[in-house]
Design a protein around this ligand. Sequence first.
Ligand SMILES: C[S@@+](CC[C@H](N)C(=O)[O-])C[C@H]1O[C@@H](n2cnc3c(N)ncnc32)[C@H](O)[C@@H]1O
Length: 257
Amino acid sequence: MSKAATSAVRARVVQSDLGAGAALEPVPDEGALQVAVWSANNPYFDEKRLERRLLLVGEHRINIRQAWKPDGKGGTEIGYGAVVYPSAVVLADELREVALDGKRVVELGAGHGFVSIAAAVLGAAQVVCTDGDEGSCSLAAVNVADNSVEGTVEVSRMLWGDEEMQRAVRPPFDVVVAADVAAMVYEEAFASLVECLLAMSTEESLILLAYEKRHGTERKFFHKLAKFFTWEERKPRHPDFCDVEAMWVLQLKRKPR
Ligand SMILES: C[S@@+](CC[C@H](N)C(=O)[O-])C[C@H]1O[C@@H](n2cnc3c(N)ncnc32)[C@H](O)[C@@H]1O
């Protein structure tokens, strides 16, 4: 097949992680030709370039639009909020083990909003889905509407460390989540990210981060974090990531003041 023909087919593939044995159903995308069973271990499949992804969280199907561009920032002004990263898949899966009923949840650096939508379908009473990037917030709002969780998920632009924006989301929260935010590209914002985690939480809050180790630079984040938080690290429960060396789930606890 020519290169052009290959990319035309790729552009019309819709991802599903329903598993190899799952019955295939028509996906809600008139352009879709086939459903490709997704696995993080599939080297032939670049899920970042898909316009849509259908992700499974427990028995819930979440339909996520992506907006990847090869522009050096992945299609957003701050960068990389336009596609679902493995950390987000891991974190959404971890939320299945959390008692979310009646809880208020905030997500930091939410990008497309997948983890916030997962928190809503898993029973959270209220979710505030935040990102500092306007384009990411617009994309998240579309995904929230597509998944019919507007009654539970509010999208709010919030830059880490911006006191006014942080007050506007009405902290503290019972549960604070963030996926793939301790990344080298955000090194200058590491101190603000720690400030934001403090502003959103109390000593009773459950704080979960999903982290993909890529560069030594990220150590600087953990160095700053250690002034205010302790944490336990564990491997993801998600079967596609439990053996991936770089993937970690961190449960943070605030140090008493
Ligand atoms: C690598 S993306 C991860 C997106 C999503 N959480 C995931 O794992 O798929 C990091 C996100 O953090 C957001 N971000 C980066 N710096 C930020 C800042 N200073 N304040 C708020 N959000 C920021 C970006 O806009 C982006 O959406």
